[in-house]
Design a protein around this ligand. Structure first.
Ligand SMILES: Nc1ncnc2c1ncn2[C@@H]1O[C@H](COP(=O)(O)OP(=O)(O)OP(=O)(O)O)[C@@H](O)[C@H]1O
Ligand SMILES: [Zn+2]
Length: 455
């Protein structure tokens, strides 16, 4: 392990320790407050739970509307919710709508894992946070909101990145895991740790206008994530919210559906006899639709939950299982340094002076281009370029002046797609003088002209 990794581990260990100590302090303070208020105002508390009434009067009042729904099992169900310990990983697009419904329903203990801080671009969908929590740890912001919603709930925060070394320690003590994260790397890790500990996982994901939801390793007998996806998706096919965008209420619906499934698991509405593995797919656009597919049972050969598992606790904790390697990463670095220019060079050599015959090509999707773009640029996406199969005639339909001798500078959002486009233009179209702008349009905005809108 490099010294940087060691330092990172140490920082995470201390953050965990810090979270635990803060928790203890808060509990001690709360107990002191309660003792004080009992002494002064209520020497003989009337509303404590008893054998006859297992909930406090306040709890009967608070949860009355859901207790009278027959499916919840009334008071018995409410006690199950109170005793439940649910760990939510990710307080983002899924975690934000999920968490208040868990707290509101009276789930007694909620753990939240997230190392990220609130960014203004999160707020259209991560509505547990608000404009005043920008810059705060999402864990702290979420905890503050949940405490206000329902002070009966015990909220523990883990402001760390979940990884091979801390996952078992964090999961132990919880009876249900909610996967609200956004990358295959973390999904496989959560699955494998949950399988090893025999924990059920409610898992969802979504991007743009759609998403999906399932229950994994139900009661340690249902199929796991690896039964469904033994090999990870190609890194090029995985799109994040940052790249693909996301509609707030569409991902919100999935977070809320996760809360429904969590309640059903806790209340015992699924049993090992009748649980049928499923995958629910939701689309918000153009018409809202919800389809549920029946899935296969556990795979005997599954590396995690099968009869001879290779993904053991030891293999995970000693990092024999390398999730980043397993899931792979995109190879964008397809241009050599001579094919790349900095945003300063771009500004000085191409924008400030008129270089005759030079073509500026922005390869972002059209609706991105419409939000903001530089003057005198053409807009053709990488996909469209690829579909032209290297035909200069096709390219001339969009850029009439283009020839094999043209001078082309390519620009995209972050400087990844522009490299792919540079390769296509040089290798497939045979245009010799093509350069890509490192860091893309956003780096240009950051370093040269911050008055242009960024999204
Ligand atoms: N391994 C992990 N450990 C802790 N938190 C994680 C881990 N993986 C993902 N998360 C958290 O899960 C949340 C996922 O939220 P979401 O998918 O809405 O994306 P985001 O990262 O908040 O936003 P954007 O993709 O727009 O930058 C994030 O808050 C992220 O920090
Ligand atoms: Zn499996």
């Amino acid at each position: 392990m490099s010294s940087m990794e060691e330092l990172q581990r140490e920082v995470e260990r201390l953050q965990l320790e810090n979270a635990r100590l803060k928790e203890q302090l808060e509990k001690a303070e709360l107990n002191e407050q309660l003792a004080g208020s009992r002494e002064s105002t209520d020497p003989k508390p009337q509303n404590n739970a008893t054998d006859k009434y297992p909930l406090t009067l306040e709890e009967y009042h608070r949860y009355g509307r859901q207790m009278i729904v027959e499916e919840t099992g009334g008071v018995e169900g409410q006690v199950k919710l109170k005793n439940a310990k649910v760990l939510v990983i990710g307080a983002g697009g899924l975690g934000c709508p999920l968490l208040p419904y868990l707290a509101g329903a009276g789930v007694g203990t909620i753990g939240i894992v997230d190392n990220d801080t609130v960014d203004p671009s999160n707020l259209h969908r991560q509505i547990l946070h608000d404009s005043y929590s920008v810059g705060m740890l999402k864990c702290d912001s979420a905890k503050r909101a949940l405490n206000r919603l329902n002070p009966n709930v015990n909220v523990t925060t883990y402001p760390v990145r979940l990884d091979n070394t801390n996952a078992f320690q964090i999961f132990e003590g919880y009876n249900l895991i909610m996967d609200c994260t956004d990358t295959p790397v973390t999904r496989y890790l959560i699955n494998d740790v949950a399988v090893n500990l025999g924990l059920t996982v409610v898992s969802a994901s979504g991007v743009r206008t759609e998403g999906q939801l399932t229950i994994l390793n139900f009661e340690n007998m249902g199929p796991c994530y690896r039964c469904f996806y033994p090999v990870p998706p190609s890194p090029n096919s995985v799109s994040s919210c940052q790249e693909g965008g996301v509609i707030g209420p569409c991902i919100g619906v999935l977070g809320v559906m996760m809360a429904v499934e969590a309640m059903k698991v806790i209340l015992g509405l699924y049993s090992t006899d009748d649980f049928e593995p499923f995958l629910m797919q939701y689309a918000g656009f153009p018409k809202q639709s919800l389809r549920t597919f029946r899935m296969r049972r556990r795979k005997e050969m599954c590396a995690a939950c099968g009869t001879n598992p290779t993904i053991t606790r030891e293999a995970i904790e000693t990092s024999k299982i390398n999730y980043t390697e397993f899931c792979g990463s995109r190879n964008y670095n397809v241009c050599v340094p001579e094919e790349r220019i900095t945003v300063q060079q771009f500004d000085n050599e191409y924008l400030k002076v008129t270089s005759p015959g030079c073509i500026l090509l922005d390869v972002r999707p059209e609706h991105h281009y419409q939000i903001s773009h530089l003057p005198n640029t053409y807009n053709i996406t990488v996909k469209s370029l690829r579909n032209m199969d290297g035909s200069l005639d096709e390219l001339q339909k969009h850029i009439p002046s283009v020839s094999k001798d043209s001078d082309i500078v390519v620009l995209c959002r972050f400087g990844n797609d522009s490299q792919l486009a540079t390769r296509l233009l040089k290798d497939d179209f045979g245009i010799n003088n093509v350069k890509d702008v490192q860091g893309g349009f956003f780096k240009y905005i950051d370093d040269i002209d911050p008055s242009i809108p960024k999204y």
